[in-house]
Design a protein around this ligand. Structure first.
Ligand code: FAD
Length: 384
């Protein structure tokens, strides 16, 4: 492979939604030379494997604000990128079975409503009336926001990639960053499989591989990879569409419409950290059990295909955004659990503000790297 020495003002590592949005917003500032390096192909890792959910129903106010900012950016998507946004505004329904879960839902609803989210509290009878295919016998209730939904993460990422290229960002695929180069207490650039890129600023948007990358600069990042599996059924008409994205919080099972079929996923909270992405039959059986319990009619659905992808998770399930440790010029946006697609556009914008001006329009304290080196505040409630 040809080796070369090049330079940039900013090197962005990782061509998923976070790297592409950050590079795009940085490039909008004009004169900067920006280099984005991707070890494989753009948006083929977590971004391309994501379920594309966009919701405002978070427990942490900062996460709600990030979703609201993305929704605002999405409302101008076509005008900005000259292509339609395939946004299915079908709503998100969260359901609670345990009393404790229900209490934490009600607490989150207060925060959401304070921030203007039009979320409804639904008793089991109302859930049953609206979605009669759901078993509500064991439920305490649910919360529903009609503004939420899902979009196609790959096409959103590629719209940002195209815009970044048009703004002059150099995007190199099949270029792995082997190490972040450091010296005199700051970053000096990156060493890649295709030579070096000298740069005074390096942005770590390496997703599930973020900790590996940071370690090459001597920085310990508390971000670990975890597999998540998703399955899609053949055409299935027994559940009418449009269908909200439905989350059964106490089993961590969820489903939504996907074309003429149903997409289903579930989190296994006992699964250890790994880079595995294969699908696993035993897990599929427990997912099917959870599906039948919540919606017995799903017993008639036939699985067509499945895939696994990686979540990058921090100890408090909130991302790290901003400076990464003591090293000058080392920034990042990592550890987004199952929220990185929807928060990618807003975070890309905020991180670019921070790098370019040192200030941000949203308080980044809850997402600081230093919360793991000092006193930690409340994180985000675990969902699927
Ligand atoms: C099954 C599944 C369902 C999900 N559902 C949702 C959802 O409904 N809603 C939502 O908002 N989010 C969801 N997510 C989460 C979301 O997909 C991620 O949070 C988001 O895609 C993270 O984006 P990223 O750019 O950080 O990571 P990625 O998309 O993984 O991009 C990181 C990139 O960095 C590259 N890279 C890594 N190391 C190097 C290196 N050393 N050199 C060069 N390149 C490197 C990788 O190849 C990769 O392309 C889901 C994820 C999965 C797996």
């Amino acid at each position: 492979m040809a080796q070369s020495e090049r330079s940039a003002d900013i090197a962005v590592v990782g061509g998923g939604i976070l790297g592409l949005c950050t590079a795009c917003y940085l490039a909008q500032a004009g004169s900067l030379k920006i280099s984005l390096l991707e070890k494989d192909l753009l948006a083929q890792a977590s971004t391309g494997l994501s379920v594309g959910g966009i919701r405002q129903q978070f427990s942490h106010p900062s996460n709600i604000r990030l979703s609201q900012m993305t929704l605002k950016l999405f409302s101008r998507f076509e005008e900005t990128f000259g292509r339609p946004l395939d946004f299915h505004r079908v709503g998100y329904l969260f359901m609670a079975q345990k009393e404790q879960t229900w209490h934490s839902f009600l607490e989150s609803v207060r925060t959401q409503q304070d921030l203007g989210v039009p979320v409804e509290i639904l008793p089991p009878s109302e859930i049953r009336r609206r979605w009669p295919f759901l078993n509500t016998d064991d439920l305490q209730g649910g919360t529903y926001c009609a503004q939420d939904g899902h979009a196609d993460p790959y096409s959103v990422a590629m719209a940002f990639a195209e815009s970044a290229r048009m703004l002059g960002v150099s995007i190199e695929e099949n270029t792995r960053v082997l190490a972040v180069k450091t010296g005199s207490g700051r970053v000096q650039g990156v060493r890649t499989t295709r030579g070096t890129v000298a740069a005074p600023i390096v942005v770590n948007t390496a997703g599930a591989w973020a900790a590996e990358l940071a370690a090459t600069a001597g920085i310990e990042l508390p971000v670990m990879p975890f597999r998540r599996q998703v399955y899609v059924t053949r055409q299935f008409d027994a559940i009418p569409k449009p269908l909200p994205l439905i989350i059964d919080q106490d089993s961590l099972f969820y489903f939504r419409g996907e074309g003429r079929g149903i997409l289903m996923g579930m989190t296994d909270p006992k699964e250890p950290s790994s880079f595995h992405t294969h699908v696993d039959r035993d897990f599929l059986e427990s997912l099917i059990e959870a599906a039948h319990r919540r919606s017995p009619v799903l017993a008639q659905a036939e699985i067509l295909r499945g895939w696994g992808g990686l979540y990058a998770i921090t100890p408090d399930e909130n991302p790290i955004i901003g400076s990464l440790g003591e090293l000058d010029g080392f920034f990042g946006a990592v550890g987004f659990s199952g929220h990185g697609f929807q928060h990618g556009p807003s975070v890309g914008r905020i991180l670019s503000e921070l790098i370019l001006t040192g200030k941000t329009s949203i308080d980044l304290d809850p997402f600081s790297y230093t919360r793991f080196t000092g006193q930690a505040g409340p994180g985000e409630e675990r969902t699927v």
